[in-house]
Ligand binder design. Structure first.
Ligand SMILES: NC(=O)c1ccc[n+]([C@@H]2O[C@H](COP(=O)([O-])OP(=O)(O)OC[C@H]3O[C@@H](n4cnc5c(N)ncnc54)[C@H](OP(=O)(O)O)[C@@H]3O)[C@@H](O)[C@H]2O)c1
Length: 239
């Protein structure tokens, strides 16, 4: 197992949910993190809280993954702060759900531009720095990238495409010594659906469970590459 202490990891969408849990786990293990999100106040506040945990250091960067220049600036700011980049967790994502009749053109673009094009931009922007460090990339897909459902056309399209995109990039980059993996979770107890999780969500995967898997991917021996992890709640409620 490789040590993650002192690694420098950029996490998109690191102010909430899975991204925040991942940042906490990395900082607690001694890694330095740069977290990004659109809400400037939120991302800076969370970075301060991360830095106060007593492990690795943290910075917060306000940016939108749908803008390539902002992605490049975020990588440059991370390298300026910590001197290198060892990992990228391309996690930022949004959901807009509804029948195709009700789904607006704006909904479509919000989902595809964030969940698919945003991840393409993240990887492009970080590629030079990750080549130098022979780093690790983890994309956060979804079981909605393997199973379609009514009302999911935009989200399914974004996550099916992300699954194919990530696996192809994995083949492109392994010869550079860069590991690329995707995690495809089922229901995770976050505010992704627009509602803060409560006691009723205890059966769901928790953010820290996904964080644990991300740390595992960073720790695996350089000779082996777990390229795809599907994870589902072990005891979903019976319908
Ligand atoms: N929760 C689930 O059940 C579940 C299941 C499978 C997969 N996933 C995937 O897991 C990932 C994280 O989801 P989550 O549940 O942790 O969601 P969440 O709690 O809503 O957090 C999303 C994070 O992404 C940021 N974000 C959203 N749009 C952004 C943009 N355009 N640019 C930069 N940052 C942006 C948000 O901050 P701002 O709003 O401030 O930008 C926030 O930090 C997503 O890709 C999602 O599709 C979630």
């Amino acid at each position: 197992m490789r040590d993650v202490a002192e690694l420098v990891v950029l996490i998109t969408g690191g102010s909430k949910g899975i991204g925040r849990s991942t940042a906490e786990a990395l900082v607690d293990a001694g890694a330095h993190v740069a977290i990004t999100a659109r809400n400037a106040e939120g991302v800076r506040e969370v970075a301060q809280e991360l830095g106060a945990r007593g492990g690795g250091r943290a910075i917060g960067i306000a940016m939108d993954v749908r803008d390539y220049d902002q992605q490049r600036d975020a990588v440059a700011e991370t390298v300026a702060a910590f001197g290198r980049l060892d990992g990228l967790v391309a996690n930022a994502g949004v959901g807009r759900f509804g029948s195709i009749a009700d789904l607006s053109v704006e909904d479509w673009h919000a989902v595809i531009d964030t969940n698919l094009t945003g991840v393409f931009y993240s990887i492009k922007a970080a590629l030079e720095a990750l080549t130098a460090s022979e780093g690790t990339i983890v994309t956060i897909g979804s079981l909605a990238g393997a199973n379609f459902f009514a009302g999911g056309s935009a989200y399914n399209a974004s996550k099916f495409a992300l699954a194919g995109f990530t696996q192809a990039v994995m083949l492109d980059l392994r010869e550079r010594g860069i590991k690329v993996s995707t995690i495809m979770p089922g229901s995770v107890a976050t505010a992704f659906g627009g509602r803060e999780p409560g006691p009723d969500d205890a059966w769901k995967i928790q953010g820290e469970d996904i964080a644990e898997m991300i740390l595992y991917l960073f720790r695996t021996h350089p000779r082996s590459l777990p390229s795809k992890i599907e994870v589902r709640p072990s005891r979903p409620p019976t319908r």
